[in-house]
Design a protein around this ligand. Structure first.
Ligand code: ADP
Length: 205
């Protein structure tokens, strides 16, 4: 009896992974959906930037990797995320933005969820042509002044994305949980597609 009830609870927990290259706008979409569904938006980039600003020990360790557009080592990233997922506000589900970012992180997440009898509900994959990404980041750089938005760093971030994060797309596709979104349109237009897909998932669950 208890096992049945537990399984039902787990099915209703919405665990979403947002994937996509730098500049694709997945952070914007993740924030909108999180607000709509009242779920935590867990952006590893934002968490790291907060540590940088507060000059914590983790911030000091992450800075050189972030400034050059490389990935922060998995040992630091995985434990940070696992800690966050164990917090009470994650009980109903959460939106992961920027994690996992390579297969090792993907496997670590899958293992941790498996131990709790949970699994990812869906991976939402956003894509747009390279030039669109580069133009968007250039626009953001003017407004926000992120240190990793310089042309040289952006080039490296796109290369790191292709080499490290790219393989997660076919990996999730094979698991049958990948949903593709064309991220070339306007924010609201893209969001309408995201919302429809998530509503469909919720009614299945
Ligand atoms: P973007 O997706 O636009 O490149 P993010 O804000 O997601 O930007 O991440 C900024 C930087 O933070 C990355 O370039 C990387 O150095 C670090 N970072 C974020 N998430 C991860 C992760 N899961 N693993 C390793 N490094 C990460």
């Amino acid at each position: 009896m208890f096992a049945v009830r537990k399984q039902k609870e787990d099915m209703s927990k919405l665990i979403l992974v947002f994937l996509g290259p730098p500049g694709v706008g997945k952070g914007t979409q993740a924030a909108k959906l999180a607000e709509d569904l009242k779920l935590p938006h867990i952006s590893t980039g934002a968490i790291f930037r907060d540590h940088l600003k507060r000059e914590t020990e983790l911030g000091k360790q992450a800075r050189s990797y972030m400034d050059s557009g490389n990935l922060v080592p998995d040992e630091l990233t995985v434990s940070l995320v696992m800690d966050r997922l164990g917090q009470p506000d994650c009980e109903r589900g959460y939106i992961l933005d920027g994690f996992p970012r390579n297969l090792k992180q993907g496997e670590a997440l899958e293992k941790a969820l498996g131990q709790r009898g949970e699994s990812i509900t869906a991976a939402l994959n956003f894509d747009a042509p390279r030039q669109v990404l580069i133009d968007r980041i250039a626009g953001r750089a003017e407004k926000e002044g992120r240190k990793d938005d310089t042309p040289e760093t952006v080039k490296n971030r796109l290369e790191v994305y292709d080499a490290e994060t790219g393989p997660l797309t076919p990996w999730y596709r094979e698991k049958g949980i990948l949903h593709d979104f064309d991220a070339q349109g306007g924010i609201d237009e893209i969001y309408a597609g995201v919302k429809a897909a998530v509503e469909a998932l919720k009614s299945q669950g």
